[in-house]
Design a protein around this ligand. Structure first.
Ligand code: GLU
Length: 349
């Protein structure tokens, strides 16, 4: 009897030690389809951002074996409504959680539409090498075969993995880990929508463990020079889409509204339609920074290729697609308005 009591005390002690030893992971919920609800389990029509953080956590009790998981709701929106203000709040909150409140990692639940932009913004503004993982879903929480619970479980598995430390911000979708700089949403409705571009995925999650295949090679997080601690508002940067016979009106509207920068989602290697080009040259002369990017889903927008960037002081987005070029240009403009220095930032990040 005495022995049995001793064994039970020892067991309780081991369990409590195990609980104390578990990594502390905070989930910040922002909405999206992972928190979406449809009228029936077979309906493809649904509203994003309906379910709160506690419901998400309760739906995946398995992750409590991996970590001491807690959560908070930052916003509850479809990510088409993501904005600069929420990005600043999110980055500041993550820095607080990782640098002041002793968390070992952060998972952000997010709609998939703009997940790549949020990931890239955080990659440049989070000041920690601890894991920060974005997860979402393509099917709402009420769907047959909802993908959200598995993505959330995998994201927590990534967040507790020592191998993920120092890799920068990653997205975890469909069992894969993707780098914030290269990740792109490629399909409007498929679960297998995210790709890592030509460089591929960073790793995958299998049996609740992260397996890392490669390391992102751009500067990020602790090596990023962007500090948003005291930034209350980001510069205004818009995107203009390129196409045959393009109207110069959208570019002109940004100029008239005194935007700080404009990214061109150009044709091919970041080329302008001639009427748009004329407005861009004048905009750059007025100090509105033009960045050339491309509407092509893959391939770089090269410096001084078909367009003489050195002559017009345009910046080439290189590996960044237009939506991520916008993120970097906003952050770059918090530091400098010199086109040469901005081009250097595009080479580095
Ligand atoms: N448009 C919604 C969003 O981005 C739904 C897409 C999704 O989350 O998969 O939040």
């Amino acid at each position: 009897m005495k022995n049995l009591r001793g064994i039970l005390v020892l067991l309780a002690l081991l369990v409590s030690v195990n609980i104390v030893a578990k990594p502390k992971i905070r989930i910040i919920a922002t909405g999206g389809t992972i928190a979406g609800v449809s009228q029936s389990s077979t309906s493809s029509s649904y509203s994003a951002g309906q379910v709160g953080i506690q419901t998400l956590i309760d739906a995946v009790p398995q992750m409590l074996y991996l970590a001491d998981v807690s959560g908070e709701q930052l916003v509850n929106i479809g990510s088409q409504d993501m904005n600069n203000e929420v990005w600043l709040k999110l980055a500041k909150r993550i820095n607080q959680l990782l640098n002041e409140e002793g968390y070992d990692g952060v998972v952000v639940t997010h709609g998939t539409d703009t997940m790549e932009e949020t990931a890239y913004f955080l990659n440049l503004t989070v000041k920690s090498d601890k894991p920060v993982i974005l997860a979402g879903s393509m099917r709402p929480s009420t769907a047959i075969s909802a993908d959200g619970p598995a993505n959330l479980y995998n994201a927590v598995a990534a967040a507790v993995s020592p191998a993920v430390r120092g890799l920068g911000v990653l997205c975890c979708m469909n069992n894969q880990l993707l780098d914030a700089k290269t990740v792109i949403k490629t399909h409007t409705i498929d679960c297998d929508t995210f790709e890592g571009g030509p460089s591929g995925i960073i790793g995958y999650i299998y049996n609740g463990e992260a397996h890392i295949l490669q390391t992102p090679n751009n500067a990020h997080t602790l090596k990023s020079e962007f500090d948003i601690t005291n930034v209350e508002k980001l510069p205004n940067v818009g995107i203009v889409y390129g196409y045959a016979n393009a109207s110069p009106l959208p570019m002109q509207a940004f100029v008239d509204a005194k935007f700080d920068g404009i990214v061109l989602a150009g044709v091919g290697d970041g080329n302008f339609y001639k009427d748009v080009f004329d407005v861009a040259v004048k905009a750059q002369q007025k100090g509105i920074q033009i960045v050339r990017s491309s509407r092509c889903p893959t391939g770089p927008t090269c410096l001084n290729s078909e367009v003489d960037d050195a002559k017009y002081h345009f910046v080439a987005s290189l590996e960044l697609n237009p939506q991520k070029a916008r993120v970097l240009l906003m952050l770059a403009l918090t530091k400098t308005h010199d086109w040469n220095q901005i081009q250097e930032l595009f080479k580095k990040y």
